[in-house]
Write a new protein. Sequence first.
Length: 239
Amino acid sequence: MAPALSFHGHQWTYNAIRAVSCLLHLLVLSNLLLCQGNSCPSCSPDVFDIPLKTLTDLFIDAARLSRDFHYLSTIMFNEFNEKYAQGKQYYINAAKSCHTNRLHTPEERDKAQQMNNEDLSKWILILLYSWNRPLYHLVKELPSLRNVSDAILSNAIKNEKNSDKLQGFIERQFSQIILPVRWKMYEARIYWSGLPSLTSSDEDRRHSEFYNLFQCLRSDSRKVDMYTNILACRIRKTC
């Protein structure tokens, strides 16, 4: 029997497909019971059951988190590229090596704007979940990098925290999407396989993997920021 994927902390663990199927069934039943005879915000991707002022403030905070997430990712990539990648050819395969490539996430704002709030939130969670393990190991392995700066170490730690906070926000506002998101990631076989390279005794191999991570993180954090800002501007009616 094929294994099914569930998320716990920073690690993905495997359960039987039957368990996931049961959870999906229970989720559907619980939503039907909650919605029976009542207006049910969790059943609609574009309705929220909290005061507009509170919701607006929450999305302003989320937009700030996503902006910082992308900004710090860009800063880290630029610093690593300048300090460790000059004269190297790490960039040749970097864009093709991102573990999230098979997701085919919307790249352009006009395409993202055609999606409803729930779909946007799904993409945000999928990207953030996909980076839990790589970010954890990035923070863990960076101190062993020769002549690494305090700034890049600090930014990596901040980015891991920003990602956790943004995940928590999306999970609270769109709790009904968590299980479908995890299932989609299992079906798409989203898995980062760069740990052996990141911990290799070959310095050039390690630098190449660090470069890949920073380059891919910069790209994916831009998407997370774009999707989050679309959600925020819809709530604020400033799109």
